[in-house]
Design a protein around this ligand. Structure first.
Ligand code: 5AD
Ligand code: SF4
Length: 471
């Protein structure tokens, strides 16, 4: 069956559940862990559920159906899931809540084994390659009243046409590719999300056009490795249809830049090794593409980078940064860092600090290395003791905070273009928006500005946000 027919079949299950739900209008609650790709998947889960006439509630105690969309990039997500399942046991006993768990963690056998053994009351387990089958799986739970497991270990296909309920009506994420072929030695993603495959250019462009028509202003293009969009297809002669000249990530940027109504384009995450000149040129030439580039470093030491299988050296990374800064006016950068990868010495760690000093990032996302079952990193013998990992993490955090403080000072007195996103969380008299460089800015203003691009003069900085006034 082709993917279009598979989706049609699922739409019939949506109708069947809708009929069951019409009287009761049951409620659902969803927990999303992890990255923006998972958040985008959750928007699709919500889209399917709302078509089935489920109504969303925040508190899982009020829900008839609780769904977890899990992440397995680091260990703490597992602790969180098991904690929540513990809480749900009693609630399920009282009111028969249906519990479904999906996402990356479900592609790990040791986790699903543990759930089946220790939390046998869970009704449905589904994986990353079977998200589109949620209607059928859920129907089987409701109809047959027994547990379902729908997890397959394949390369995965691209499914178009799933309903979607987006979290915002100003900013939208658009997944452009799934999976990863890089096998960084610490990372579980290639094992749970399968091989790289790109969406057809036409499907992406049509989706963005539709978003623009519906008033969306900012688009974030998502993928585990966005700058290798369509590369596997080109290299292996896997057929795809060129549309509006799109046959690479750079050409995709140009095409989306032309879509009227869209004011900002962001993308995460690119891989430094694939940062080709055409992408740098596209970022410079496309006025809507934000000049903040997330460029994951992971570690500063060439030796650690080699062990991580990152395929670039410290010098190559710094050279790329230099070239990008020269070629893209007003470029800002953010990055990901892992501390405590196996074999990392104090000298290696100093290389990480050195790169942070030299590059001057806008934002640094810092992680303590977490052993992932099945990855090469987990089998390495020279694991770093926890206390050293934590000491290095604290030292890194201190440096990063100092640098961010210094960097924020440079904003004071400048005028920034802001996309106004809504009221501030903690003060309903102020609005919040973001700069091109993704800094949060808080200012006083009228609600009618929400969704608009405006100019703000920055008055003060507060570490994680800036304050300003409309000019
Ligand atoms: N331990 C710690 N951090 C990790 N990341 C990926 N795998 C691990 C791991 N095993 C981080 C990387 C990646 C980000 C999304 O998560 O920095 O870029
Ligand atoms: Fe993981 Fe590396 Fe792929 Fe990113 S590029 S998802 S870190 S394997």
């Amino acid at each position: 069956m082709n993917t279009k027919n598979e989706i049609e079949e699922q739409k019939q299950y949506i109708q069947k559940i809708k009929e069951i739900n019409q009287v009761q209008k049951p409620k659902y609650s969803i927990f999303t862990m992890g990255c923006q790709l998972n958040e985008n998947d959750s928007e699709k889960i919500c889209g399917m559920l709302e078509e089935m006439e489920y109504k969303k509630v925040e508190n899982f105690k009020d829900a008839d159906l609780v769904i977890f969309n899990t992440c397995c990039v680091r260990e703490n997500a597992e602790d969180k899931l098991f904690g929540k399942l513990g809480e749900l046991k009693k609630i399920k006993e009282e009111k028969g809540t249906i519990i479904a768990i999906g996402g990356c963690m479900m592609q790990e056998k040791h986790i699903t084994d543990k759930i089946k053994e220790s939390y046998p009351f869970v009704d449905l387990l589904f994986g990353t390659h079977t998200l589109h089958k949620l209607p059928e799986d859920l129907y089987n739970v409701l109809d047959q009243k027994h547990k379902q497991e729908d997890i397959i270990d394949i390369e995965g296909k691209i499914y178009e046409g799933l309903p979607i309920k987006r979290d915002s009506n100003i900013k939208a994420s658009v997944t452009i590719m799934n999976g990863c072929n890089n096998f960084c030695s610490y990372c579980i993603v290639p094992y749970v999300r399968g091989r790289e495959r790109s969406r057809e250019p036409k499907d992406i462009i049509e989706e963005v056009k539709e978003l623009a028509k519906n008033g969306y202003k900012e688009i974030t293009l998502l993928g585990q490795n966005v700058n290798s969009y369509l590369r596997v297809e080109r290299e292996k002669n896997i057929p795809f249809e060129e549309y509006q000249g799109v046959n690479s990530f750079a050409t995709l940027l140009y095409a989306i830049n032309k879509i009227e109504g869209i004011e900002r384009i962001r993308f995460i995450s690119p891989h430094p090794k694939d940062f080709t000149d055409d992408v740098i040129k596209a970022i410079r030439e496309c006025d809507k593409v934000c000049k903040l580039v997330h460029l994951p470093l992971q570690a500063g030491s060439t030796k650690v980078l080699k062990d991580m299988n990152r395929k670039y050296t410290k010098e190559q990374y710094l050279h790329l940064v230099k070239k990008m800064k020269e070629e893209i006016p007003n470029l800002t950068l953010s990055t990901d860092i892992i501390v405590g990868f196996p074999g990392e010495t104090d000298e290696d760690f100093k290389d990480t600090l050195d790169v942070i000093e030299k590059v001057g990032y806008e934002q640094v996302y810092m992680f303590i290395y977490s052993r992932r079952v099945g990855t090469p990193g987990d089998k390495m013998e020279n694991q770093i003791p926890d206390d050293i990992k934590h000491k290095r993490f604290d030292r890194l955090k201190q440096l990063v905070e100092n640098k961010i403080y210094e960097n924020n000072q440079n904003y004071i007195g400048t005028t920034q273009k802001i996309l106004v996103e809504g009221k501030s969380k903690n003060n309903e008299h102020t609005l919040t928006g973001r700069t091109d460089s993704n800094k949060v800015v808080i200012f006083e203003g009228n609600d009618s500005l929400i969704g608009k691009m405006i100019s703000i003069k920055i008055l003060s900085q507060h570490m994680w946000y800036l304050k300003g006034e409309i000019i």
